[in-house]
Design a binder for this molecule. Structure first.
Ligand code: DX5
Length: 293
């Protein structure tokens, strides 16, 4: 098993090989002070940059424009739109028009998770890639589910050709081996930590081994890929365990919108994830305050 320092070393050697979606922030060494007034020492500053990405599922859909504006002001790194067609998952949300309509309210990068049937993703891919782009046409993240694509390699290649940032998602039952042959053409891999279709579900802890397995493969093959997790992620042991296992992008719906302000929620999640990268891993039932020295 590779030690964390080996992981960090491998990644810093990799950074920036392939021009990528403009959503990635340049790596910064975080002074201890910025982790809040705790004296958390920097254990390893070479982990991949933590990204906090709200899912808009819990938002007020009648005011989605205002909501994305508030999310941007709260310092999130990207905004995720959960597209559901009542076919691939037993729930129905919105299409590319809603995502496109939100673009003029903020400039933060967008991410679209396509929880839709193969037919819908193949016939409407162009619209989703276009709607997910940044204000100046920067690539937006477009995530297809491996379970919904017989021609996954073709689909991911098409997203890149259309000017998007191709990414793939795995449902909880799907093994990492299902995506091993396309890791060289994606920018992100999303490991679902709930069964897709609804917000507010309980996080599935057994997904940690899958994160570790994927991280191992990424390191061994020197790939420049972010690992995302989505479902039941909160500013507690759930985000801490995933950050420690190697994930760096965290999707949160109910866990973020539950805070009095989105800013507090975003800050708290980032603090707990960073503390975990520095070796302070919150355990179940522990709160952030208990690890402040
Ligand atoms: C579920 C969606 C998630 C969901 C997360 O299918 O993909 O993004 O909105 O919501 P929470 O964080 O409440 O589990």
């Amino acid at each position: 098993m590779l030690a964390n320092s080996d992981i960090a070393l491998a990644f810093s050697a990799q950074r920036g090989k392939r021009g990528r979606a403009s959503s990635r922030r340049p790596r910064t060494i975080t002074p201890v002070a910025e982790l809040g007034n705790s004296a958390v020492p920097q254990k390893d500053s070479n982990f991949r940059t933590i990204q906090i990405i709200p899912s808009v599922l819990p938002a007020d859909w009648a005011n989605m424009g205002q909501c994305v504006k508030e999310l941007e002001a709260s310092g999130v790194d990207r905004i995720q739109f959960d597209v559901m067609d009542g076919n691939f998952v037993p729930n129905l949300t919105f299409g590319p028009e809603m995502i496109k309509a939100c673009r003029k309210y903020c400039s933060v990068p967008f991410e679209t998770q396509l929880m839709i049937s193969q037919y819908s993703s193949e016939t409407m891919l162009d619209e989703y890639v276009e709607a997910s782009k940044g204000p100046n046409g920067e690539p937006g993240v477009v995530i297809v589910h491996v379970e919904a694509c017989d021609h996954l390699h073709r689909m991911l290649t098409r997203i890149r050709t259309l000017g998007g940032s191709p990414s793939v998602a795995l449902n909880p039952h799907t093994p990492v081996s299902m995506v091993e042959n396309i890791l060289d053409i994606v920018d992100h891999v999303l490991i679902m930590t709930v069964n897709p279709g609804f917000g507010g579900q309980a996080y599935i802890p057994t997904m940690l081994d899958k994160i570790r397995e994927l991280r191992q493969i990424i390191l061994e093959r020197n790939l420049d890929i972010d690992i995302e997790v989505d479902g039941g992620i909160k500013a507690d042991w759930t985000i801490a365990a995933c950050a420690d296992a190697g994930a760096n992008c965290f999707i949160a719906g109910s866990g973020l919108f539950a805070y009095p302000t989105l800013l507090e929620g975003c800050d708290e999640m980032r603090k707990v994830a960073k503390a975990a990268q520095n070796g302070f891993i919150l355990k179940q039932g522990q709160t952030l305050h208990e690890i402040q020295l």
